[in-house]
Design a protein around this ligand. Structure first.
Ligand code: NAD
Length: 300
């Protein structure tokens, strides 16, 4: 079997288009412009790239983008004061604090100081609890993007065996909660899981979120399974020239695509969906804040 490719880049473009339509409607019908504030502490180069591209895509869909760049030695009190200011600002509907934060800042404290209604990353403990109990919440962007792709590919996920590899708070655990919400039979595998190949082999849906280059070989995958590869790993690519690198996922794409029914590539799979879902969450938050109907298909 040769897997069909789930094109996250193309799907993300359709999500952004839906967001743009809803943003235009909010402006035309209600004179409301959604706004997303992104807070970056320090000068981590990867974080700077993410923040820049988030800002660009935010304005491309017609929303206001507010960037707050703080010095690496910003005190916790100053950061919390900024978050309070953003919590109280009616022009700001979504707040994202770019992680990781410098060591002297308490990440949990900072995240939990964000108004849960504006917590477009879905990391606030209230949103974690709401998702875990199947209530309306802000859903973390990466798992939300994975779920959108799975629903789009399968229609109903009810009764399917899903294995999530990785139990992080930002991907693995919320992913498992979402799949459970869609009535999958869910297994969470992790670094201590025994007989991982056998566990994965039972899965109709595999979500790999580990951060280890190509650790899932093709022969772990059940015939016809759907594989969502969240991992982003940079490896040496001497075939491209000296010192060159390339990105790969947590799954051996070439081998798995001989067995799977469908698979996301890296790059071009989950990555683009994550930012699209951040925009989707912002427009959802804005609609909720104004007591308006939420855009369809942009949240769970
Ligand atoms: P993490 O380091 O917080 O968690 C990794 C998880 O993998 C842990 O729960 C650990 O138990 C598990 N694990 C480690 N070794 C294992 C093994 N040998 N077998 C089975 N499980 C093992 O990572 P994270 O933040 O969840 O991110 C995972 C990957 O996803 C990373 O590559 C990250 O860059 C990527 N990521 C991508 C996006 C995106 O937008 N595409 C977003 C977030 C994270």
């Amino acid at each position: 079997m040769t897997a069909s490719i789930i094109d996250g880049k193309a799907f993300a473009a359709t999500v952004r288009e839906k967001v743009a339509v809803h943003v235009a409607r909010l402006k035309a019908d209600h004179d409301i412009q959604p706004g997303l504030a992104v807070v970056l502490v320090g000068e981590d180069p990867a974080s700077q790239v993410y923040v820049r591209s988030k800002g660009k895509m935010t304005t491309e869909v017609g929303m206001n983008s507010y960037e707050h760049k703080l010095d690496v030695d910003t005190s916790e009190a100053d950061l919390l004061a900024l978050i309070t200011q953003l919590n109280n600002d009616p022009a700001v509907h979504g707040i994202l604090v770019q992680l990781p934060l410098p060591d002297h800042l308490n990440e949990d404290l900072v995240i939990n100081s964000i108004d849960p209604a504006k917590d477009v990353d879905g990391f606030h403990i209230s949103n974690v609890g709401l998702l875990a109990t199947g209530q309306k919440s802000m859903v973390p962007c990466t798992p939300l993007g994975c779920l959108m792709m799975l629903r789009n590919h399968h229609g109903s996920l009810s009764g399917l065996n899903a294995v999530v590899i990785g139990r992080s708070n930002i991907v693995g655990k919320p992913m498992a909660a979402l799949l459970l919400g869609d009535s999958c039979t869910v297994t969470i595998a992790h670094s201590r899981t025994k007989a991982l190949p056998d566990v994965v082999k039972r899965a109709d849906i595999v979500v790999a979120a580990v951060g280890r280059a190509e650790m899932v070989p093709g022969d772990w995958i059940k015939d016809g399974a759907t594989v969502i590869d969240v991992g982003i790993n940079r490896i040496d690519a001497p075939e491209r020239g000296e010192g060159k690198t390339r990105l790969v996922g947590d799954v051996d794409f070439a081998a798995a695509s001989q067995v799977a029914g469908a698979i996301t590539p890296v790059p071009g799979g989950v990555g683009p969906m994550t930012i699209a879902c951040l925009l989707a969450n912002t427009v959802t938050a804005c609609s909720r804040a104004n007591g308006l109907v939420e855009p369809e298909g942009l949240t769970v």
